[in-house]
Design a protein around this ligand. Structure first.
Ligand SMILES: *[C@@H]1O[C@H](CO)[C@@H](O)[C@H](O)[C@H]1NC(C)=O
Ligand SMILES: *[C@@H]1O[C@H](CO)[C@@H](O)[C@H](O)[C@H]1NC(C)=O
Ligand SMILES: *[C@@H]1O[C@H](CO)[C@@H](O)[C@H](O)[C@H]1NC(C)=O
Ligand SMILES: *[C@@H]1O[C@H](CO)[C@@H](O)[C@H](O)[C@H]1NC(C)=O
Ligand SMILES: *[C@@H]1O[C@H](CO)[C@@H](O)[C@H](O)[C@H]1NC(C)=O
Length: 397
């Protein structure tokens, strides 16, 4: 517990120091432009993320092999960067020893399928098991994002899109003026189509070596995306509780993946996302395909707070979530909500389109230096397109 709090605290300190260093460095300090981009869609072909297939009927230990082999180098780089960060604060390697010696035991508490997948990923990548476990836990705690669900009043079509921002406080590359981890992630992001019983089941976009679902779409049914929620008694507390007592607490991204694998209706998916106990607070943004089917679910470990639904009749034809509770103001140093809404409001219920949403997600500071990709999901058809994002002149987070 003390260790986890320390880790959390040190990340924040590193981040603040790096931010100050950056502010005084030679490059102009990036400030939000607060302008709405109008011509970002479609991006050039070369920014499209590659596709892979993962067969859920294949042996869990080997179903990720192709992906891990392809991305072995960045997986090693990112784990090395995490080790490097920890060693700054712990030169004697005590924490690393705990990770290497004790984390593998933690894997035994994972559901069988995820356990075997993670063990297989450690084998295929050559990275120590404990470090792959930590790498998987990190996404649950440190992803900063923007998700949008919208309905078009003319066609009834639903759109669901997200920016994935990751790498905050995890090292700043002084030479290239980039977030170190974000830069590595841009080399290991991809789309995957899951196959079951020989047929395509659902799509998601992700990072190599990671087994959870940060966003996914099941054609003709629904789509889900997940944003990190920062609360004081948040993920670290849940993690600790899970380690010492509640064996059944669940990673939020596993829950999303389980639902996309097993659940066939919007209502059932919504119900499970609201009620299943999870070990880190988060936001689930869900889109269906019927009128007003779109929800923003704010999750505590054991409860859903003030769920917000699309309601075109009341003027709420879209939902936009960053990383703050919708009934509160966003943190003043990180307000991506107001600029995002302002750009959404330049469209309307009758005219909203995929390209408009992509443009919103490409507008500073919704698009920022941490944004590593943008995914557009089509819940009607299951189609998905993802683009690498890299904006060195945008706001720093
Ligand atoms: C690091 O290890 C050295 C030698 O074993 C020891 O003297 C020192 O107290 C340790 N420092 C910390 C912070 O644990
Ligand atoms: C920094 O940029 C240089 C030149 O573009 C590149 O060769 C190098 O790999 C980059 N460093 C990192 C850590 O990405
Ligand atoms: C979660 O909520 C259920 C039902 O309200 C309750 O029985 C259970 O004890 C709660 N679990 C935790 C960990 O608070
Ligand atoms: C966007 O429009 C909605 C509905 O009219 C309004 O409530 C909201 O304040 C607007 N947001 C911004 C940032 O202008
Ligand atoms: C996944 O997305 C691709 C590209 O849009 C599409 O061709 C495919 O049908 C989708 N798969 C599923 C299961 O919906």
């Amino acid at each position: 517990m003390v260790f986890l709090r320390f880790l959390n605290f040190s990340m924040v300190v590193v981040g603040i120091v790096l931010y100050i260093v950056n502010s005084y460095s030679s490059i102009p300090d990036p400030t939000p432009q607060y302008g709405c981009v109008t011509d970002a869609y479609p991006p050039q072909e070369k920014y499209k993320l590659p596709w892979f297939k993962v067969d859920l009927d294949a042996d869990p230990r080997h179903r990720w092999d192709e992906i891990i082999t392809t991305y072995q180098e960045p997986i090693n780089d990112i784990v090395e960067q995490l080790v490097h960060l920890v060693s700054i604060f712990d030169p004697n390697g005590t924490i690393l020893k705990i990770v290497d010696d004790m984390m593998p035991a933690l894997v035994l508490k994972f559901p069988k399928e995820y356990r075997e997948e993670i063990e297989g990923i450690a084998d295929a990548s050559g990275v120590k098991l404990g470090r792959i476990v930590v790498y998987n836990i990190f996404y649950e705690l440190f992803s900063v994002c923007t998700s949008i669900v919208a309905e078009n009043g003319q066609t009834g079509e639903h759109f669901h899109a997200r920016n994935l921002d990751f790498g905050l406080f995890m090292g700043w590359d002084m030479q290239n003026h980039t977030w170190t981890v974000s830069q590595i992630l841009r080399r290991m992001e991809f789309n995957v189509e899951f196959i079951k019983d020989g047929a395509p089941l659902f799509n998601m976009s992700s990072f190599a070596g990671y087994v959870g679902t940060l966003n996914g779409v099941k054609g003709g049914k629904y789509s889900i995306s997940l944003n990190e929620r920062f609360v004081l008694e948040g993920g670290f507390v849940g993690l600790y509780e899970w380690i010492v007592k509640h064996e059944d607490l669940y990673f939020p991204t596993w829950l999303a993946r389980d639902i996309l694998t097993e659940t066939h209706t919007y209502d059932e998916a919504l119900n499970t996302l609201q009620t299943r106990a999870i070990l880190a607070p988060c936001y689930y943004i869900v889109s269906g395909i019927e009128h007003n089917q779109g929800h923003l679910i704010t999750r505590g470990l054991n409860e859903s707070l003030y769920p917000l639904q699309l309601n075109a009749e009341e003027g709420r034809w879209y939902l936009l979530e960053t990383n703050y509770d919708h009934w509160k103001k966003p943190f003043f140093l990180d307000n991506r909500r107001t600029p995002g809404e302002k750009c959404m409001n330049e469209s309307s219920y009758d005219t909203i389109s995929k390209s408009h949403i992509f443009n919103v997600l490409s507008s500073d500071p919704v698009l920022n230096q941490l944004t590593v990709f943008t995914t557009l999901m089509d819940p009607q058809t299951g189609q998905m397109e993802s683009y690498r994002q890299f904006c060195p002149t945008c706001y720093i987070w």
